[in-house]
Write a protein of this length. Sequence first.
Length: 106
Amino acid sequence: MNIFRIDAVYLIHPETKSSDDDGFYDGNGDKITLDESAVSKKETELKSAHEAKKYQRDRADAYPELREQLDLLWHAIDGGKFNVKSKETDFYKKLKAVKDANPKPE
């Protein structure tokens, strides 16, 4: 069972307290009769929302480590480039390359 379906069931049926391979159960252990249409619709919404943010996950994986980003920024400031020509710094160029390679969907 995929995570989107499980999340959808818990959102559509807030009385759900547990699940197993046979179904979903309320707090008394009684099996819940699912509104399959509503669950399916919510599952599709969750998948779409997840896919719409793929660029964010791609960027997060591609960015340099935070300590490297901060070191690049420090060197830009120390080198007098930050306020004068900030787009010429390695800090800007590396992050810009990640953003360009993983564009935000329009």
